[in-house]
Design a protein around this ligand. Structure first.
Ligand SMILES: Nc1ncnc2c1ncn2[C@@H]1O[C@H](COP(=O)(O)OP(=O)(O)OP(=O)(O)O)[C@@H](O)[C@H]1O
Length: 271
């Protein structure tokens, strides 16, 4: 992975950057381009995501939603030939700065995937694992319990903590993965189609959870489900062929989008 972001020697002034951010800004992407080899997957993305909000990323398949999500915790670094230009600031800090501690970044920016990915371990150990890896073992039992409560799973598993996580239903497994993510106390949670593999009741439980979790976290969710974007998010970003075509309050995007492409997409005319 090579990064052509502004580095300190190229004049990035964090104080000045911070002044340009509003009080609530958690994430700012500025002039962000992303390439897989010669292919440009994101084109000049400028967006500010505020703290304690839910942002939905929508758009047709292959338009760059997951790429954008993965840029925010440098998951794309692992892909050969991937290249970032521009800036991604979290709390005013350029996360592509060479001095950045990537482990700290990943701790601060957690991720929940489309398919639940529990470890083949007990329910307790699934949540405790990340805490152990990050040296957060003080009050381990309490931390695990608190995370399971925050993920709205405690009541269903409290008597079976030693049982294998693989015995849980898909929806329970996804809530366990959310518990595992929030246990290490990130500020930001990225969710890549977190309900698309779930039945409608489990999906609705996760949606309720997302709305509760925004009190504590900043959440960004990729979804193909327009009703879901409408229900859970404060802001919606519509991506089209690598461009951020429209980004606004969710109510506005769904009532009176500025772009015809957005309108056609949310009305199901393509996608
Ligand atoms: N590892 C990769 N190597 C090369 N090209 C990639 C890679 N990952 C994604 N792409 C391409 O980048 C573009 C954006 O992909 P991305 O996965 O971000 O889209 P998306 O909007 O999330 O799509 P979907 O809704 O289908 O998940 C697509 O053209 C895709 O083929």
């Amino acid at each position: 992975m090579s990064s052509q972001n502004s580095l300190p020697e190229q004049g990035l002034n964090l104080d000045k950057t911070a002044k340009n951010m509003t009080a609530e800004a958690k994430i700012i992407t500025r002039n962000l381009d992303f390439f897989y080899g010669d292919f440009q997957a994101l084109k000049n993305i400028n967006a500010q995501i505020d703290a304690h909000t839910v942002t939905a990323l929508i758009g047709p398949s292959g338009c760059g939603k997951s790429t954008y999500l993965r840029v925010l915790n440098r998951m794309n670094d692992l892909i050969e030939g991937a290249k970032v230009k521009g800036e991604v600031l979290i709390d005013g800090q350029n996360i592509y700065d060479k001095k950045l501690n990537i482990n700290e970044l990943r701790k601060n920016v957690g991720m929940v995937f489309q398919k639940p990915t529990p470890f083949p371990k007990s329910i307790f150990e699934n949540v405790a694992y990340g805490l152990r890896v990050n040296g957060m073992t003080e009050n381990l039992t309490e931390r695990v319990e608190k995370s399971l409560k925050q993920a709205a799973l405690w009541n269903e598993v409290k008597d079976n903590l030693k049982k294998s996580a693989l015995g849980l239903s898909g929806g329970q497994q996804q809530r366990l993965c959310i518990a595992r993510t929030i246990a290490i106390q990130p500020d930001i949670i990225l969710m890549d189609e977190p309900t698309s593999a779930l039945d409608p009741i489990s999906a609705s439980q996760i949606e309720d959870l997302i709305m509760e979790l925004k009190e504590r976290f900043t959440i960004i969710i990729v979804t193909h489900n327009m009703q879901q974007a409408r229900r859970v998010s404060d802001k919606t970003a519509f991506f089209y062929l690598g461009d951020l075509e429209e980004y606004d309050e969710t109510s506005r995007i769904f009532k009176s989008p500025a772009s015809e492409k957005t309108q056609n997409y949310i009305r199901g005319k393509f996608g």
